[in-house]
Design a protein around this ligand. Structure first.
Ligand code: ADP
Length: 299
């Protein structure tokens, strides 16, 4: 960015210009106006006008600078996050090619094929989340609502996490109440929210641990809750947790993989469904994230 486009530099320039304006206005006013009070009023009026206009200009520069910063951050996050699955993809494809040339059977290569499928799925999820972020910014985020059983959706997602959870020595318990009513919601997006909350609970629990998921009906809504025994979130970082691109220092230390967009999108989705999302967390002990979805129908 050029120096003259830098908001702090513009601020200094504005200060200097305001002082010059004050002095100039004072001399001009005292030349033409006899009453010192009127001259003072003119000085105050002109200076305030200058100050307001200057501030508006600097603020718009600030917004452009912030948008630019976010854009570069966004590009760097996407490239980092896509690089590792793409590397896995390339290596696995090479291995499969070698195995096929050696005349290996399908049973031999099926694990690697599964890795390719999982990696593609991860990339797909990431790109969908990124598309949602840009839709939120462009105010074109639209929900496709249908009747959704949170219970069976959660069960399906837990199943998809089974291998990953086992590999990281984490067990997930979920004893659903089969009588729960359905909610009228965007199934794919709610699935994304649930996937993100389970993924976070696993990723921010180093070593082994236990994750508990519950769904409770109360007051015309369903409350979905997940509790982990992970690293927790330090109090000073808690208020920023739903911000776009925000990653807590504590999280970055234990988990390199992350974008800081999952919870931002989750909050937008849940609030668009007229629900609420929140958490409580204790550093070093664990976290509980929850969201609610109202039991309204076809509105
Ligand atoms: P990320 O891709 O970084 O996980 P999220 O938006 O899902 O992005 O989460 C934002 C940040 O919130 C994370 O980087 C992490 O610092 C913190 N966080 C989220 N879930 C948990 C959790 N269950 N335990 C501890 N920290 C968490």
């Amino acid at each position: 960015m050029k120096l003259w486009e830098c908001p702090p530099f513009l601020f200094v320039i504005m200060g200097v210009v305001t002082i010059i304006t004050m002095i100039a206005t004072y001399f001009i006013a005292s030349e033409y106006v006899d009453e010192p009070q009127i001259a003072a009023l003119i000085v105050i009026f002109i200076t305030t006008l200058f100050f307001v206009i200057g501030n508006l200009i600097i603020n718009s520069f600030n917004r452009v600078a912030e948008a630019n910063r976010l854009k570069s951050e966004f590009i760097s996050i996407i490239s980092h996050q896509l690089r590792s699955p793409l590397t896995i993809f390339k290596w696995t494809t090479d291995v499969i090619e070698r195995e096929l040339k050696q005349g290996r059977s399908y049973a031999d290569i099926s694990t690697n094929i599964q890795t390719l499928l999982d990696t593609t799925e991860n990339m797909n999820n990431l790109v969908n989340a990124l598309l949602d972020v840009s839709r939120i910014e462009a105010h074109t985020f639209i929900l496709k609502k249908e009747d959704v059983s949170l219970t069976s959706l959660t069960q399906t997602i837990i199943k998809s996490f089974k291998k990953y959870a086992e590999a990281t020595h984490i067990d997930i318990t979920f004893h659903p109440d089969t009588q729960l009513p359905t909610v009228y919601a965007d199934k794919q997006r709610v699935a994304m929210v649930i996937q993100n909350l389970i993924d976070n609970a696993i990723r921010y629990t180093p070593g082994s641990g236990h994750i508990m998921i519950t769904i409770c009906p109360d007051n015309n809504r369903l409350t979905w809750t997940i509790t982990d025994q992970g690293i927790g979130i330090p109090p000073q970082e808690q208020k920023r947790i739903f911000e776009k691109f925000f990653r807590a220092e504590s999280g970055i230390k234990v988990q390199a993989r992350g974008t800081g967009i999952g919870l931002y999108v989750a909050k937008t989705v849940i609030e668009a469904l007229k629900g609420h999302i929140g958490f409580r967390s204790e550093e070093g002990k664990g976290s509980t994230f929850w969201f609610t979805i109202p039991l309204e129908h076809h509105t």
